[in-house]
Design a protein around this ligand. Structure first.
Ligand code: ATP
Length: 243
């Protein structure tokens, strides 16, 4: 009991001190979790609460935006494929325009994914590799994780709400038009498919206080799992449809 208390106290000290000599570390390796959920389910909110607990966040949406910055090879190839009309006056990407081009056109969507996904996967793998030799608890926030492919993750955390709750939050808090939000929800993996792949479900139908309590339980579960032996391979997450 005393030992457990010491270990629980000691751990955050080490997490706050990533430069500590290896001999001070636990002797356990990095552990990686996938975080997913439908649009507007509360993934970003959950991710921030887990970061506050000590998780290291790797956010696929952030990486997508970074690899599409003006001057990037990815943006150049997108312009080659779809024309200069996809750029705004300041040279940045007009995301709504691209969404309009690929919506309902599987060939164009596949072309877009063929340009963007490899760069995102490379960058995500690079960031994951940077933590491979630590005892970090890594959270991969990947909205389309279930539609994509993954191996070697210790667990999949699914944030779940009904479509009506997601719709209401997207419209009220995020400024989406009702039809747009409904169409985006409809294009994703079904709620049942996601839940079938979940190792831990966070039910976000309640208020933010209820959510925080579930995130605490989720963090305790994440820390309770056995960690892989250090030095294992970083298996890339696959792109959508590469299963
Ligand atoms: P996206 O799929 O667009 O990235 P997301 O899944 O990351 O969205 P969030 O951005 O975390 O979802 O949440 C959507 C909106 O709902 C945000 O404005 C957030 O503050 C709000 N929200 C999340 N959870 C709750 C809750 N339990 N009660 C009230 N509002 C919430």
């Amino acid at each position: 009991m005393v030992l457990l208390a010491r270990v629980r106290w000691f751990r955050p000290v080490l997490l706050r001190n990533p430069g500590a000599p290896a001999r001070l570390r636990y002797g356990h390796g990095v552990i990686e979790f996938g975080l997913t959920g439908g649009i507007g389910s509360g993934k970003s909110t959950v991710a921030q609460l887990l970061v506050a607990q000590g998780a290291v966040l790797i956010d696929a949406d952030v990486i997508v935006r970074e690899v599409q910055m003006p001057g990037s090879p990815v943006l150049d190839r997108m312009v080659e494929a779809f024309g200069a009309d996809i750029l705004l006056a300041d040279g940045s990407l007009d995301r709504a325009r691209v969404a309009g081009i690929v919506f309902g056109d599987p060939d164009k969507l596949a072309a877009l994914n063929g340009i963007v996904h490899p760069a995102v996967i490379d960058e995500m793998t690079r960031r994951r590799t940077a933590h491979a030799d630590t005892d970090a608890t890594v959270l991969l926030d990947i909205p389309l994780l279930v539609e994509s492919g993954y191996e070697n993750l210790a667990g999949i955390i699914v944030v779940d709400v009904g479509p009506e709750t997601a719709l209401e939050r997207l419209v009220t808090h995020r400024g989406f038009a009702v039809d747009d939000a409904r169409a985006r929800i409809g294009r994703q993996a079904s709620r049942d498919d996601r839940l079938a792949r979940a190792d831990f479900v966070i039910d976000n139908r309640g208020d933010l206080v209820a959510l925080a309590a579930q995130v605490d339980a989720c963090w305790a579960w994440m820390l309770s799992l056995p960690r892989p032996v250090p030095g294992g391979p970083v298996v890339p997450i696959r792109g959508r449809g590469e299963n």
